[in-house]
Design a protein around this ligand. Structure first.
Ligand SMILES: CSCCC(=O)/C(O)=C/O
Ligand SMILES: [Fe+2]
Ligand code: NI
Length: 181
């Protein structure tokens, strides 16, 4: 079940809103320009699946997003709990950062905690299989896959160079929830 929790950005105890209703999640994220959708997932791929397999299973959806929204490149992050570099990979996304381009992530399998910082608030979104979430250009955010990751996400970028993180230097992410798995 996908969940949103919204806090004031300077007080981790001040929970302003929470819901597991997808329309409410969508509406609250739309307020900060974030696209959230739930899609049917046809194929049963498991975390650790090869990128080519994931891309070919979702080729039609990927092509549609590329055509409709102008995304130029696609990649796959696919991680299971037996990955030898899971701790380093978790660390890579764990601090607040921005990207200079819009990006879309679609969860083909598993789950991950995306947290966006906008409008003096923190929006924690537990994304599950079937969830599509966008991260608008220059929106500070972080992502926790947890200590025992299990997810596959397709990422679409409109920058041909793909994923570049610009770290803000803030320690805000350390004060909010982490994913326990
Ligand atoms: C769920 S995709 C991996 C995380 C990622 O791409 C990102 O930008 C996290 O901030
Ligand atoms: Fe990011
Ligand atoms: Ni504040």
């Amino acid at each position: 079940m996908s969940i949103i929790r919204i806090y004031t950005d300077h007080d981790t105890t001040n929970l302003l809103f929470t819901s597991d209703n997808s329309s409410k999640i969508q509406a609250r994220l739309a307020e900060i320009g974030v696209r959230f959708e739930q899609w049917q997932t046809g194929s049963d791929l498991s975390a650790g699946a090869q990128a080519e397999e994931v891309i070919s299973a979702y080729r039609k959806d990927i092509d549609r997003l590329m055509q409709e929204d102008g995304y130029q490149t696609v990649d796959v992050v696919s991680l299971s709990a037996d990955h030898p570099q899971k701790a380093e990979l978790r660390q890579k996304f764990l601090s607040e950062h921005t990207h200079s381009e819009d990006e879309v992530r679609f969860f083909v399998a598993g789950e991950g905690l995306f947290t966006l910082h906008a409008d003096n608030k923190v929006f924690e979104v537990l994304c599950q299989k079937g969830d599509l979430i966008s991260v608008p250009a220059n929106t500070p955010h972080w992502f926790d896959m947890g200590p025992n990751p299990g997810f596959i996400a397709i990422r679409l970028f409109n920058n041909p160079d793909g994923w570049v993180a610009n770290f803000t230097g803030s320690d805000i992410a350390e004060r909010f929830n982490r994913l326990e798995n």
